[in-house]
Ligand binder design. Structure first.
Ligand code: MAN
Ligand code: CA
Length: 277
């Protein structure tokens, strides 16, 4: 029993010793462990710091290279903007030049047309008649054939002739009658007969019905009426018109003086052409 007690005590003692030992270790071990952890953390931080430093260096280098690129691009942009402005100015100048040339061209075209008409007038009648007038036996004639010329009453047509120092047509001979109708046809006024396609002449019977008088006061002797004319339709036709009729000697009709028709003017040549000897 005593042995067993002794060994029990020994065991207790060992146990206490162990406890003491254990107490010792529990005091020292955490310190080491913390030192380890701190060191480990320090390592990690050092590693991170060097990584961050290298990243920072990389980013700084990228940043400066991008700044450089930006500068270059900005310069390029400035240059291009300058070029665009200068090109825009050139374009404006060119556009203005083009418009000027085009308007000059129009003026020249108009001048050319005028000169051409003067040339053809000189070739046709040595300048003795106005442009677009036709010369025949020392007389200039105007045929209002153009579509741009509106039909007018006998009196208004006569006014147009007077504006050019002329008067309505007076036909004195058979040849003149043929010339007038042939010219009307040549001027492509060869329309089918309709009283609206007539041309006023200086011939009326408004003073005495049935007595036709020319503007120069002479009585009409030879008349070149269409068959059935003059008929004084509705007792209202006192003015005579000539038509581009198939038969040149059957080409007149009497119509109301107020009706709108075309007209023919006539004017003696008043300029003696200069004949160099
Ligand atoms: C017909 C005929 C002509 C007359 C015209 C205009 O064409 O009767 O004689 O002049 O109409 O009224
Ligand atoms: Ca008639």
């Amino acid at each position: 029993m005593a042995t067993s007690e002794t060994s029990e005590n020994k065991a207790k003692q060992t146990c206490n010793e162990l406890e003491i030992q254990e107490d010792f270790t529990t005091d020292i071990h955490p310190l080491y462990s913390r030192i380890d952890r701190v060191s480990e953390t320090h390592n990690t931080l050092t590693l991170n710091s060097s990584r961050i430093s290298s990243q920072l260096a990389h980013l700084q280098s990228e940043h400066s290279s991008l700044t450089e690129s930006r500068k270059t691009l900005q310069n390029k942009l400035d240059e291009d903007t300058k070029k665009i402005t200068s090109l825009q100015q050139n374009l404006n100048t060119m556009t203005k030049l083009k418009n000027d040339l085009s308007s000059q061209n129009q003026n020249l075209q108009q001048e050319k047309r005028k000169l051409q008409s003067q040339i053809s007038n000189l070739e046709d009648n040595c300048g003795r008649c106005l442009p677009n007038w036709v010369l025949m036996n020392n007389t200039c004639y105007y045929f209002a054939v153009s579509d741009a010329v509106l039909r007018k009453s006998w009196a208004a047509g006569r006014q147009e002739c007077k504006k050019n120092g002329a008067d309505l047509l007076v036909i004195n001979t058979k040849e003149e009658q043929e010339f007038i109708v042939d010219t009307l046809k040549t001027l492509r006024y060869n329309l089918r007969f309709h009283y609206t396609n007539g041309f006023w002449m200086g011939l009326k019977d408004d003073h005495t019905e049935g007595t036709w008088k020319w503007l120069n006061g002479t009585n009409m002797t030879a008349g070149y009426w269409m068959p059935g004319e003059p008929n004084d339709d509705n007792a209202a036709e006192d003015c005579a018109a000539v038509y581009p009729a198939a038969h040149p000697l059957r080409a007149w009709n009497d119509a109301p003086c107020s009706y709108p028709l075309k007209w023919i003017c006539e004017k003696e040549v008043d300029i003696t052409p200069h004949n160099p000897q």
